[in-house]
Design a binder for this molecule. Structure first.
Ligand code: G6P
Length: 611
């Protein structure tokens, strides 16, 4: 979490930094700040969003060719003007922004306090900055050396960018655990938590690795390790256009991203799935096919929505490939002492590719000899780079904090993976394989058909927007979608919602059912259909309000549900991708009706780079 931006070069720094911050606001929006070098150091910062800072500093002299900016997701210290970044050092000569957590900051703070330092904020960042300055003064060294020495003492995760009044065209940057991209222009450099702040200026970027330090000047980029040895920057070409990160006429990124799904799923399948030829081409799987065929177990690690994709993949892979699958919350997996045997494959699923828990979980597993396979959306992200093999979801940049198109992309990739492995292993019949390929190929068109009926979900949303709680129930392949539906509603409408396996609801949640409780059933036609019909009856018998997502042609459930929404018929393995769309739209419309900023719901951040 937190977004960082930097610029040094001939252009005006402020407009680049402020525009970059707006693009990175998905990473946190508790406060905003910029530091500019122009003769001396100028710092402007404020609690609240980027636009609020922009308004507050209209008319100030913002002229500068070197600047840094920060948008914060608060960890240490409440969101406030004083806790906002950039922080300035005791001398007032250094300014620093930080994304991450300095875990041993209390110890460092104690040492500095004993030396007479005082702190104006509650942040770990101000402590690290003064620690760096203290080393600089005591060791009579330059800032670069002081940063290197300081970072050897630091535990935790960070990307830091520093400005020094004495070197007005230089930004010093360092990374461990949080993402840092440097854009290489002609006589200028850009820095960002991702590449979005630099898209219109350059397509050439360097992804900085852990324990690397960058000395960034307009005409020079020097990368070093913490041992002061130079590293040749590896320049990568970005494959992303500015339009991909703009709203393109939609009111919200979330809606744009929901509506984009026919094409993002198509992009995900394109070049991989050929139903006519009966082939799936996924080089990441092919390169590791012997491992997958022989795998004793697949362990999936993920967080949030990506965890729900993992859960559905468990059902599909066990069914089609007959490989045991375990699904782990990355935050739990990394701290316990999991048993990883030879022949186990870890599949990490992540939209951002930067989620701290997922990243560290796979780092640990890798140290123990596991093979890591990444299912990631952001190209070049940390998880993608650390994985031994992988498959991108190709959903394009996802800006809305609540994940939508990345989730359906994950489901499409994981289903293709399962089909490919099953085919290679011989655990699927030719007919079933061919049929599922055709079914998968038809998904984009069916998603388009669902989107055409979005207004029906709007009406349902308006009817239930006043609810204080909601239950989401599904069985089998639709159970993970019930979890996802509940998470979406919670995230963007602030309605308390729980997802449950429909039968399990009798063991507790049924106590909540009364005439005020909306219960969303994902009840498409599958092998559990009769069972879920009984569960609907159980809710109706207790006067609960039933909203059912059902298959076109279902003539049983409409007679018992209060509201229904139809999705096209599909194989039960493929149907969850379709059932996801009404979950997203329902939450979106409830969120809008309640006046929630659905792209940036309170307290959340899109890329959780702290544990
Ligand atoms: C945050 C986001 C979720 C996302 C989760 C995992 O909580 O708000 O939308 O599912 O992180 O993120 P990842 O990037 O690893 O998929």
């Amino acid at each position: 979490m937190c977004g960082i931006v930097g610029y040094t070069g001939p252009k005006e720094a402020y407009p680049i930094v402020i525009t970059g911050l707006k693009r990175l606001e998905y990473r946190g929006y508790d406060s905003t700040g910029v530091a500019l070098l122009n003769g001396g150091l100028k710092v402007y910062k404020k609690k609240g969003r980027v636009a609020e800072l922009e308004d507050a500093i209209v008319g100030k002299n913002l002229h500068s060719h070197t600047g840094i900016g920060h948008t914060r997701w608060a960890t240490h210290g409440e969101p406030s003007d004083v806790n906002a970044h950039p922080h300035t050092s005791a001398s007032g000569k250094l300014a620093m922004i930080h994304n991450g957590i300095i875990e041993n900051y209390a110890q460092l703070k104690k040492e500095l306090t004993n030396k007479g330092y005082t702190f104006s904020s509650e942040t770990d960042t101000e402590v690290l900055l003064n620690f760096i300055e203290d080393i600089k003064e005591n060791n009579k060294c330059d800032l670069e050396e002081a940063v290197r020495v300081a970072l050897k003492r630091v535990t935790g995760a960070y990307v830091i960018l520093l400005l020094d009044e004495e070197n007005p065209d230089t930004i010093i940057a360092a990374r461990k655990g949080s993402p840092l991209v440097i854009g290489v222009g002609k006589g200028e450099h850009f820095l960002g938590s991702d590449a979005s702040p630099m898209l219109e200026y350059t397509k050439e970027v360097v992804y900085v690795n852990d324990y690397e330090l960058a000395i960034v000047k307009p005409n020079e980029l020097i990368l070093k390790n913490l041992g002061n040895e130079k590293i040749t920057p590896f320049v990568t070409k970005l494959d992303m256009e500015l339009a991909a990160i703009e709203k393109g006429g939609y009111d919200h990124f979330m809606l744009k991203e929901i509506v984009e799904q026919p094409s993002t799923i198509h992009d995900c399948l394109r070049g991989r799935l050929d139903a006519n030829a009966g082939t799936i081409t996924m080089s990441g799987i092919q390169d590791n096919i012997e491992h997958f065929k022989k795998a004793n177990r697949i362990i999936m690690v993920a967080c949030g929505t990506s965890w729900h994709a993992a859960l559905l993949a468990e059902y599909i892979i066990e069914e089609l490939c007959r490989i045991p699958v375990e699904v782990e919350y990355a935050s739990e997996f990394r701290y316990r002492n999991p048993i990883i045997n030879k022949g186990d494959i870890i599949v990490a699923i992540s939209q951002s590719g930067e989620t701290a828990d997922t990243l560290v979980a796979i780092e640990r597993a890798k140290e123990n000899g596991a093979i890591i396979f990444g299912v990631v959306n952001v190209v070049g992200s940390s998880i993608a780079r650390i994985s031994d093999g992988g498959a991108y979801t190709h959903a394009g940049p996802e800006i809305g904090v609540a994940s939508t198109k990345a989730f359906t992309g994950q489901l499409a990739v994981l289903t293709m993976m399962a089909l490919k492995i099953a085919k290679e292993k011989g655990t699927i019949s030719n007919d079933r394989y061919k049929n599922l390929l055709l079914e998968l190929e038809a998904v984009p068109e069916k998603v388009s058909a669902i989107l055409k009926n979005a207004e029906d979900l709007k009406k349902i949303a308006l009817k239930y927007k006043g609810a204080s709680d909601a239950l989401f129930l599904g069985r089998g392949y639709n159970f993970p979608i019930a979890l996802e539906g509940a998470l979406k509603l919670k995230e963007i409408s602030y309605i308390h919602a729980e997802g449950y396996p429909a039968a399990e609801m009798k063991h507790g949640p049924i106590a909540l059912v009364d005439e005020n409780l909306p219960v969303v059933f994902i009840a498409t036609k599958d092998s559990y259909h009769e069972k879920i019909v009984s569960n609907i009856q159980e809710i109706k018998a207790r006067k609960g309000k039933v909203i059912a997502i059902i298959t076109e042609g279902d003539d049983v459930i409409p007679g018992m549900a209060d509201d229904v929404f139809y999705v096209p018929a599909a194989d039960e393995i493929i149907a969850p991708i379709l059932s996801t769309i009404p979950m997203q739209l329902l939450s979106y419309y409830v969120g809008i009706a309640k006046g929630v900023d659905v792209d940036k719901p309170r307290n959340l951040a899109k890329s959780v780079t702290v544990e």
